[in-house]
Write a protein that binds this ligand. Structure first.
Ligand SMILES: [Zn+2]
Length: 248
């Protein structure tokens, strides 16, 4: 499978990248994971505006989901006609959150644009992908995802503080796309995000083959985050880069 980073800035868009958005392709199927602020623009640098087969939203913080509102206009009012309803997987409350962001009170339900599928953690098939979701350690329901296809595996941490569930999910995976929002410090708030060092520790505990750091917040020096992770990860480790494509 192939991963393209549409956005990897943490919390708010940075000068070099929109917020979270990842395009996963395999056998012609295109799965978007998260669609945060600005990621829709980047999508169009890589595939046609309508050439998406499914979306999985990890959680309902705006930096991971809010471009679903913008994308609804693109699918609803496209000059070639309204696109078929697009499956959108996400945690409980996904439909309500997006509908109320679109307009309040919601008059037009967007049901013709999106086929909302609110799902609990668990394993399901999405196109050629087997997708396993576990709840990670964040203030709202947030799904870490393991995506498998063609004998390869990618694990996405989504947003999380330290999480044994994430270590289990990432066990022996080929590519671990892990958040590293900030630098390690004793006074970081717990149960929200990982530091570079903690991302590296999770990678080492899970025995992953390759670590890709993402969700670095723009006021944090990414090279320092990378240095923290490299020290402990025990595997090839790099920073995710907006627009970059990775063979998994
Ligand atoms: Zn979040």
């Amino acid at each position: 499978m192939r991963l393209t980073v549409l956005g990897c800035a943490g919390t708010f868009p940075g000068p070099a990248s929109p917020c979270s958005g990842y395009l996963l392709e395999h056998e012609g199927f295109r799965l978007l994971i998260d669609l945060g602020s600005g990621a829709l623009g980047q999508l169009q640098r890589h595939v046609g505006l309508l050439d998406v087969d499914a979306i999985y939203i990890s959680h309902l913080h705006a930096d991971h989901c809010i471009d679903l509102v913008a994308y609804s206009y693109a699918r609803c009012y496209h000059p070639e006609g309204m696109a078929p309803a697009l499956p959108v997987y996400g945690p409980a409350g996904t439909a309500k959150r997006i509908l109320h962001s679109y307009e309040a009170p919601p008059l037009h339900g967007l049901e013709d644009v999106y086929d909302f599928r609110e799902v609990p953690p668990g394993t399901r098939e999405i196109g050629p992908f087997t997708v396993t979701a576990v709840r990670v350690n964040h203030p709202v329901e947030c799904h870490g995802l393991r995506v498998e296809a063609g004998g390869r595996s990618l694990v996405y941490s989504a947003d999380t503080g330290e999480s044994d569930a994430l270590v289990g999910l990432a066990r022996d995976c080929d590519l671990f796309l892990c958040e590293a929002s900030w630098l390690h410090a004793g006074d970081n708030p717990p149960d929200i995000h990982l530091s570079g060092r903690q991302a590296g520790e999770h990678a080492a505990r899970a025995g992953v083959r390759r670590l890709l750091l993402t969700h670095v917040v723009a006021w944090t020096d990414p090279q320092e985050v990378l240095a923290e992770a490299v020290e402990v990860s025990g595997c090839p480790t790099e920073l995710a880069s907006c627009g970059a494509t990775y063979a998994v």
